[in-house]
Write a protein that binds this ligand. Structure first.
Ligand SMILES: [Zn+2]
Ligand SMILES: [Zn+2]
Ligand SMILES: [Zn+2]
Ligand SMILES: [Zn+2]
Length: 474
């Protein structure tokens, strides 16, 4: 491990001197706390501007709502600023190991010949009263002393050779994420100056708006979406553990790819093909599912009904193996990570295999399509006759006690479709029967057979005293 390279990474992004009481800004730059911090003092640094990446490629078939309002600004940083916890610890670690290794006096003078950074924006003289660093002082004093020693260390001083294994171990520990306990990957630093893998922080925010370490309230989810990484930490990671960092990236890519291999399934309600549905995503597991969906060229997920709670029989369980794919038409992501999603149901499917990924259901599915009617099927009643029976029933409803039901069907789902396949789902929507019964339409591969089942339900309803007497409750 090249300790000199590590030290070189620990310089301020403004003054190019070793970091003094480092603090990391929302732009990902780590600077000495003495610089003004809002906005970032580094020239040409654009301040964090919230989510900018389109959530779905613009050439996909999806239309979008206008982007959400800009993320709320992070709380203004107050004085004294919090030190970047991880970077401060690493500075102290390197300093400690270095002192131990060199047996050097606490203060070393930088040789007069030491070159100044060529493009320093300004020069200043810093005078440090370096006390013996016995741990009595507060953190600021300690860091000042550490930084002073660092900047005064001659570049040729022997660094760390005998303690390399121990340094590596301690450095690995400091550079580990406190959520996944693995090497940090794409480290993001919060305003409370704690650092986590970007993906880990997103997932933590799905569950709570608080920092997982210090419980400080964090800015909303959108503030951390596409958030710049902590540049200094990333350089340290790549310098100290280059192979491990690459492996972490590859493992995460494989994990994400596996997560997308299977079809994500939203277990919620019965949906038939060919209809719009608005959904509210608020459960952490489904928020993660939606984010993964939105990374696809055509974001879509399956929808099935939940298994019935009480006395689930084999028949009822089978209904929940059939569902409908929903294509995402628009997404409105709220600042706290919840989303309003508009979808269009496209095709039916059967779940061949199901599993769980990060708390939500995934499955291997097979689409279900209609097949031509068997010649064995009696020619009568025809599709037209069956549809006429259904229309007659709707007219009966319209004239009866609940005309608004038919009106609602028209308003939400449009006028009755002429196509018998689409008509079979459309008319089923209005029937006052159990959704688990209606779900029996999903596996049927013939429009005529579906219409016959609908007509069967209508006959049953007409034979029931509670329905014909007008006591229907929707
Ligand atoms: Zn500085
Ligand atoms: Zn910056
Ligand atoms: Zn992590
Ligand atoms: Zn924190």
């Amino acid at each position: 491990m090249d300790a000199h390279a590590l030290k070189a990474a620990l310089v301020c992004r403004v003054c190019d001197l070793p970091l003094l009481n480092p603090t990391t800004l929302p732009c990902g730059h780590t600077v000495c706390s003495i610089h003004p911090r809002v906005p970032c003092p580094r020239p040409q640094c654009s301040p964090h501007s919230g989510p900018s990446r389109p959530r779905i490629p613009p050439d996909s078939r999806v239309n979008y709502l206008p982007p959400p309002p800009p993320a709320p600004a992070p709380p203004p940083q107050q004085l004294p600023p919090k030190p970047d916890v991880t970077i401060s610890k690493i500075i102290a670690l390197l300093d400690r190991v270095n002192n131990h290794s060199t047996h050097s006096p606490t203060v070393r003078t930088r040789p007069d010949t030491a070159p100044s950074p060529p493009d320093r924006p300004f020069k200043r003289q810093r005078l440090y009263q370096v006390d013996d660093d016995d741990g009595d002082g507060d953190l600021l004093d300690h860091l000042r002393a550490s930084a002073a020693r660092q900047r005064e260390t001659a570049p040729y001083a022997p660094l760390l050779t005998p303690e390399q294994p121990s340094l590596e171990k301690e450095l690995l520990s400091e550079l580990s994420c406190e959520i996944c306990f693995m090497l940090l990957y794409n480290p993001v630093t919060t305003p409370c100056q704690h650092s986590f893998c970007a993906k880990c922080l997103h997932r933590s925010l799905d569950h709570s708006p608080l920092c997982p370490l210090c419980r400080d309230e964090l800015p909303g989810f959108s503030f951390f979406e596409d958030h710049p990484c902590n540049e200094t930490l990333e350089t340290l990671l790549v310098t100290a553990f280059p192979d491990m960092y690459i492996e972490r990236g590859e493992a995460l890519a494989i994990e994400e790819r596996d997560a997308r291999l299977d079809t994500p399934i939203f277990v919620c309600t019965l949906i038939f093909p060919g209809h719009p549905t608005a959904l509210h995503f608020f459960e952490p597991r489904y928020r993660l599912m939606l984010r993964r969906c939105l990374e696809q060229p055509i974001p879509a997920f399956g929808m099935v009904m939940p298994a019935r709670q009480a006395s689930g029989t084999g028949v009822q369980a089978a209904q929940t193996d059939y569902g409908t794919m929903l294509e995402v038409r628009s997404v409105q992501m709220l600042a706290d990570g919840r989303s309003m999603v508009e979808t269009w149901s496209t095709f039916r499917f059967r779940i061949l295999e199901r599993g769980t990924l990060d708390g939500y259901t995934v499955g291997r599915i097979e689409p279900i399509e209609d097949i031509p009617d068997s010649p064995a099927l009696p020619p009568a009643p025809s599709n037209t006759e069956l549809m006429d029976i259904c229309t007659g029933f709707l007219n009966q409803l319209r004239r009866g006690t609940a005309p608004w039901v038919v009106q609602r069907l028209n308003n939400v789902y449009g006028p009755p479709p002429a196509d018998p396949a689409a008509f079979s789902y459309w008319v089923a929507l209005v029937l006052p029967i159990d959704d688990y019964e209606k779900a029996k339409l999903l596996p049927i591969r013939s429009a005529r057979l579906r219409l016959r089942l609908v007509v069967h339900w209508i006959e049953q309803l007409n034979n029931n005293w509670w329905f014909t007497s007008g006591c229907v409750i929707f």
